[in-house]
Design a protein around this ligand. Structure first.
Ligand code: M6R
Length: 616
């Protein structure tokens, strides 16, 4: 939800900013801009549209070289996408510029007050109000004792409600950039004679692997050769310089046409990374070091509540079923955005899992904080190391999936489901799960990467089916039990990148109303593995057939019977029932991808979406 990159150092700044912005473009892409400071003068260039538009605009305006600048790619919240609303925003003097990721909730009363004082605004954004507030604080500081730009930033931020990751420059302070964060991510990158601020550490990979994940209320001053971090709430700010554990090309698209396709194809390794070092063959169990719970505490868990949004929630839905069926722990899920405003009576030994690829989703973070406020232990399942959810959790599991850039989540989903599988193994073996069941699950885990490779090898068949149905206006996805969340996830994938209307349902619900939608133009995808509910799914397919609805079945390898009931069949290998969702989602990710490509959609940057939703 908006991306910031700022730089001060020895390189010509515009290429660095444009490169950084293109790496952050997944966070928002309706407009972009940059400001540079050279010879004591600010220069602002901004443009509605993609980074490519800004790049063309910058190229058309040759400038004297500059070595410091701030930049931004926007996902509109306040004010439509336009040149005027694009960041950076200046204060009334034009000597100070700000880029901002987040939302200033009380910007309207603040703006009215500033207008009454004579301030004029050029945009409809909340960020411009912040720029004026910092400028005003700076002017006041010039007359008083506070003469640092960072003091003016602190003063202005102390009066706002909401979330921010900001970078600020002022003509009076050549060589300096001030950054601050609360609720929106901001990472400081440390180079040799150069410093960076970024909304996401992966954008810094070509330049440095040394970072500091700033915490809420941190204010930093960066200069080419040094940085300083202070806290707005504590006397001293403690911080840690961390080494990024990614290959320099981890965030590159390589030979793949889209990041989404690359990430779909990475899933065998994603599973290996999720499971590596965590299976315990000797005990037919798993070992999850980061949970920070003793065996006694793990045994005492009465209930698990999984919180998340979108794809992460769907992974949690699979996880909750695993935990109940195989680990005998009461488990349920809730939309993070709903949970945080509920007041549910819960047993004391309830444990929460906040699931989030980015670790920055505002709704999930809000729910985590609410559960912790009520005294519950909250664990995180995150991909982004050092993210806010990871830091604010009492423990948890990292996904180790590497950067996920495609806006449509793919590899993070299989990773999250795999981690719930490991959790189920751990908790199950402490309860009634037998050693032989534990061993069977371990063997199944070990086979998964190759089984995924086999599905990926059948991509062309799946692509042909996707092309056949890509003109449909609407599609239905049906699944039972473990496969109901897969129906939801497959429908979400299709709608977010192809814009085809799609909805997922429990297969048996068809006859309770949804069947009214079935007609020859509305394809139904049904998840029909050869499991305990196979016959029931065949009955559902017959109900669809009787209404002349086209059927695409996702079925178990070797099931010839299914061909009599479906128009098209996609086979997947067999695994234990609780892990089958991992295999079943893969062809449906490819199905969504190829349908979107057939329709000429911008797969990695679907309209209206952003990868990381840091507003509520
Ligand atoms: O970063 P998170 O896992 O917390 O993100 C949650 C959702 O916003 C995310 O899964 C979203 O639904 C994706 N666009 C799905 O593809």
């Amino acid at each position: 939800m908006c991306g910031i990159i700022a730089y001060v150092g020895h390189r010509e700044v515009r290429p660095v900013l444009l490169d950084g912005l293109s790496r952050l473009e997944y966070r928002g892409y309706d407009s972009a801009g940059l400001a540079t400071l050279a010879d004591g003068k600010l220069d602002i260039l901004k443009k509605v549209g993609r980074i490519a538009e800004l790049t063309r605009h910058v190229a058309s305006k040759p400038r004297t070289p500059a070595f410091q600048g701030i930049s931004h790619t926007r996902w509109a919240t306040h004010g439509e996408p336009s040149d005027a609303n694009a960041h950076p925003h200046a204060d009334g003097t034009g000597k100070l510029v700000v880029v901002h990721n987040g939302v200033i909730e009380n910007f309207q009363p603040l703006k009215r007050k500033l207008e009454a004082e004579g301030h004029l605004f050029a945009s409809a954004t909340d960020t411009e109000v912040l720029a004026h507030l910092i400028g005003k604080a700076y002017q006041a500081g010039m007359e008083g004792s506070a003469r640092r730009l960072s003091d003016a930033v602190r003063t202005a931020l102390s009066g706002i409600k909401g979330t921010y990751g900001v970078a600020v420059m002022h003509e009076d302070f050549p060589g300096l950039i001030v950054g601050a964060r609360r609720g929106s991510p901001l990472v400081l990158g440390i180079g040799e004679g150069e410093m960076f601020l970024s909304s996401d550490a992966t954008a810094l990979l070509p330049y440095t692997h040394k970072v500091v994940y700033l915490k809420d209320f941190d204010v930093t001053e960066i200069r080419a050769d040094r940085f300083q971090i202070e806290s707005m709430t504590h006397d001293t700010a403690d911080y840690q310089v961390e080494e990024l554990d990614y290959a320099p090309d981890a965030a590159e698209r390589g030979a793949f046409a889209h990041y989404m396709l690359k990430e779909i194809h990475e899933q065998p390794q994603t599973l290996e990374n999720a499971v590596r070092g965590r299976l315990n063959g000797e005990e037919s169990s798993a070992q999850l070091g980061g949970l920070n719970l003793t065996p006694a505490e793990l045994r005492d868990i009465d209930r698990v509540i999984v919180l998340g949004c979108g794809t992460a929630l769907h992974a949690g839905m699979v996880g909750a079923q695993m935990l109940e069926n195989m680990a005998f722990v009461a488990a349920e899920t809730d939309f993070a955005s709903e949970f945080r405003f509920k007041n549910r009576p819960l047993p004391r030994n309830t444990i929460f899992f906040a699931v989030s690829q980015s670790g920055e989703t505002a709704d999930t973070l809000g729910a985590l904080r609410e559960a912790r406020r009520k005294g519950f232990r909250c664990l995180g399942i995150c991909n982004s190391v050092g993210s806010t959810i990871a830091r604010e959790s009492d423990g948890g599991m990292y996904m180790h999936a590497g950067p996920e850039i495609g806006v449509a989540a793919t590899k993070s989903f299989v990773s999250q489901v795999a981690l719930f599988g490991l959790l189920t193994l751990t908790l199950g073996r402490m309860r009634q799960m037998s050693a032989s069941t534990g061993s069977k699950i371990i063997r199944s885990f070990e086979k998964l990467p190759d089984q995924v490779r086999k599905i990926l090898a059948g991509e062309e068949h799946i692509a042909a089916i996707a092309r056949k149905y890509a003109q449909a206006n609407s599609m239905l996805f049906l699944g039972r039990q473990y496969n109901y969340p897969i129906a939801l996830e497959a429908a979400l994938k299709l709608k977010e990148i192809s814009y085809i209307h799609a909805a997922g349902f429990p297969a048996s619900e068809l006859k309770h109303g949804i069947i009214a939608l079935i007609d020859p133009a509305t394809p139904t995808v049904i998840l029909c593995p050869q499991d305990s509910l196979y016959e029931k799914n065949i009955s559902t397919m017959q109900e669809v057939r009787a209404r002349k609805g086209p059927i695409i079945a996702v079925a178990t390898e070797g099931d010839e019977e299914i061909r009599h009931h479906a128009d098209d069949v996609i086979y997947v290998p067999r695994t234990v029932e609780m892990l089958q969702p991992i295999l079943n989602i893969i062809p449906l990710q490819l199905f969504a991808y190829h349908a979107a490509v057939a329709l000429g959609r911008d797969v990695d940057k679907p309209r209206n979406l952003a990868k990381s939703v840091t507003v509520e």
